[in-house]
Design a binder for this molecule. Structure first.
Ligand code: MUC
Ligand code: MG
Length: 369
């Protein structure tokens, strides 16, 4: 069935330093998984982390090692199982490793889509839209540079909503930076912030009050991952929407958060959820609990980004749009035809599988030796 499972690390410089509270990125490492079947199908998957182990508990190197040491032999050992049965074997045999699981599942869905001649979105229940709104993250660390960057992106109709990464500086400095950008860009432009869990609960109360008064639309993961009670209290306290990001690690945590209405919005991510199927389950839990949705990113390259797009295209409502801009932050592409970003949206491919063509020569040039 599965003839080979190859894992490739690629380090690609970013177009500028990308500053988060947990790390400053100047390169992004893509972990590409290529699965080849006996009957000649090839499927691609991808995992990315942010700043090595700064963001989550998997690193590009751990994903590569664990895919090669544990996932690959397991996949080679399953004979005649369908994709659902194969994923069940993986879930049963391997704990954690959500990012590695996502990369493998993406490649299996790519193969299945190609085999059946349908896009991956159709394997996930069917797409409800062919394009997704995409925001841009301003994270140069400099207010004037961020304003100029945003104005240029509005001008060329690439993005009209922006997320600001804060939490690395003193609270008041960060809040003033956000309000200055909001004032410069005006009422028509949606501004959101991502604190990446940097604030204590008391800092959250002080900061969010000012951001709410300043017209900011969304506050992402302001406090610690484990402190879901604080996230729930902030959700009850403020009118501005509070979003869970790092606190969401798949359907189980989504269910626990939803039970206490611990957020107004869920940032759904395929890597954090352990796969596209699980990301769709997170979305379903949110829908049942009356929680809005946002399509998140782990700053994936084109493969993980388009896999996310196939999943998000099936969501009934996507009230806060997506942040599927990962490939645009990178200086090099690994596709033969780049993804299509136009009119503030990303097009979801209509070809079978992921609907993209990977440039293997480019990958060979870029792969880590
Ligand atoms: C995160 O926490 O949302 C997504 C966009 C970005 O700039 O960083 C990521 C991670
Ligand atoms: Mg976030």
């Amino acid at each position: 069935m599965y003839k080979s499972i190859e894992t490739i690390l690629i380090d690609i410089p970013t177009i500028r330093a990308h500053k988060l509270s947990v790390a400053t990125m100047s390169t992004q490492t893509l972990v590409l998984v290529k699965i080849t079947t006996d009957d000649g199908f090839i499927g691609w998957g991808e995992a990315t982390t942010i700043g090595g182990l700064n963001y989550g508990e998997e690193s590009p190197e751990s994903v590569k090692t664990n895919v090669e040491t544990y996932f690959a032999p397991l996949l080679k050992s399953v004979q005649g199982l369908n994709i659902a049965q194969t994923l069940k074997v993986i879930r049963k045999s391997i704990n954690g490793n959500r990012f590695a699981k996502c990369a493998i599942q993406t490649a299996l869905l790519d193969i299945q889509g190609k085999r059946l001649g349908v896009p991956v979105s159709e394997l996930l229940g069917g797409r409800l839209r062919d394009a997704l709104p995409v925001l841009w993250t301003l994270a140069s660390g400099d207010t004037e540079k961020d304003i100029a960057e945003a104005q240029q992106l509005i001008e060329i109709k690439r993005h009209n909503a922006f997320k600001l990464k804060i939490g690395a500086n003193k609270l008041q400095q960060d809040v003033d930076h956000v309000i200055a950008i909001k004032k410069a860009l005006g009422d028509d432009i949606s501004i959101r912030v991502d604190v990446n869990r940097a604030w204590s609960e008391i800092e959250c109360i002080k900061g969010i009050q000012q951001l709410q008064d300043g017209g900011i639309d969304l506050i992402e993961q302001p406090c610690a991952i484990e402190n879901t009670n604080a996230l729930a209290r902030l959700t009850q306290r403020f009118d501005v929407a509070i979003m869970a990001d790092e606190a969401l690690t798949g359907p189980d945590s989504a269910y626990r958060l939803a039970k206490q209405h611990g957020a107004d919005v869920f940032a759904v991510k395929i890597n954090q959820s352990a796969g596209l199927i699980e990301a769709c389950e997170v979305a379903k839990i949110a829908k049942l609990a009356g929680i809005d949705l946002y399509g998140g990113t782990m700053l994936e390259g084109p493969i993980g980004t388009i896999a996310s797009a196939h999943a998000f295209a099936t969501f009934e409502s996507l009230a806060y749009g997506t942040e599927l801009f990962g490939p645009l932050l990178l200086t090099q592409d690994i596709l033969k035809t780049p993804l299509q970003y136009e009119n503030f949206e990303l097009k979801v491919p209509t070809g079978s599988g992921l609907g993209i063509e990977v440039d293997e020569d480019k990958i060979d040039q870029l792969r880590r030796q």
